[in-house]
Design a protein around this ligand. Structure first.
Ligand code: ASP
Length: 310
């Protein structure tokens, strides 16, 4: 199967933010901003298949689907036939044959949701995070959070500047957010050490900077990222010293104190508390972390509603 086929977009699946018309996302955001619990998806079957660890995303999808009345089947990967050698595509085919209409999938393999969507065009595939590639529903919840917190009900973020700090190169959250936020008009700067934030990230449409203090100067939102220790390769540590990293790229209490009054702080979670963000900042008045979690559910409700409508 050629790369073009793998990256082909299904009209109903949500595989990634990049490469789709921004109007698709704007309309989902508009719906998310006013969505309420309903019975719209009663009788519809959604399955989640998480081949990589997750707490909030899986729960968030399950709650979102439940609020719309859908029935959710959680495929317990540890006890699925994937362990007997069944390919993930075969597993998806089996679920579709049982009446599953939407499959929410997380995998360490970048591009896997696209492969499933390509093989099973009748199934709606929703990417819940694939390797270092994309995490589209996280970005939709984050954009909703930014728009509400900075008073942009129309989702026109052209006067907003967002600094994304940390392990950007390994971050699917950053990739999806850069695509969505710049699409909505925001300016985005990514910062971290050059080992984690290569200059090539400029190709995504953001600025790249290797000084956190320069990056957060003039930002309205500072989005901190977790160091993805699990994506380190053997012999290649993400950071040499926790202390040096915290001091150069951590949202410490002292750094947060120096921010202009209106500046808000985000983090997709889970957090390495005391490394990329101090606990007092994560729980403090500038933090939007709780809103991100709440809005993640609203965004996923709107995504499921859009994907399964009709
Ligand atoms: N929860 C997010 C993800 O799955 C962010 C993270 O793990 O750091 O990508």
């Amino acid at each position: 199967m050629g790369m073009t086929a793998v990256h082909a977009r299904s009209s109903r699946s949500v595989l990634g933010i990049a490469g789709e018309p921004i109007e698709r996302w704007r309309s989902i955001l508009e719906h998310a901003s006013q969505i309420t619990a309903s019975t719209d998806l009663v009788g519809r079957l959604v399955a989640t298949a998480f081949f990589e660890d997750s707490t909030r995303t899986r729960t968030s999808f399950t709650i979102a689907a439940g609020r719309l009345g859908a029935t959710v089947v959680d495929l317990s990967v540890g006890s699925s036939s994937a362990n007997k050698g069944e390919s993930i595509v075969d597993t998806a085919r089996t679920l579709a044959a049982m009446g599953v209409e939407a499959l929410v999938v997380r995998s360490a393999l970048a591009g896997l949701p696209g492969v499933i969507a390509q093989e099973l065009p009748e199934l709606v595939v929703i990417n819940a995070g694939d390797g270092r590639h994309e995490h589209p529903t996280q970005a939709l919840g984050d954009a909703l959070t930014i728009a509400e917190a900075t008073d942009c009900p129309s989702f026109d973020l052209s006067n907003r500047r967002v600094a994304i700090i940390g392990d950007v190169g390994a971050s699917r959250v950053a990739r999806s957010n850069v695509a969505l936020l710049t699409g909505l008009g925001a300016s985005v700067v990514c910062a971290g050490p050059p080992t984690l934030v290569p200059r090539t990230l400029e190709g995504l449409g953001c600025e790249v900077c290797w000084s956190m203090d320069d990056a957060i100067d003039g930002a309205d939102i500072v989005m901190m990222l977790r160091i993805q220790f699990e994506r380190q390769t053997a012999g290649q540590r993400a950071i040499a010293s926790r202390r040096a990293y915290r001091s150069a790229f951590g949202m410490t209490e002292e750094r947060a104190h120096r921010l202009e009054e209106h500046v808000l702080i985000m983090h997709p979670g889970p957090t390495n508390r005391g490394l990329e963000i101090d606990p007092s900042v994560a729980d403090g008045p500038r933090s939007l972390i709780k809103q991100q979690v709440t809005n993640g559910v609203r965004a996923r409700m709107a995504v499921l509603a859009a994907c399964l409508s009709g």
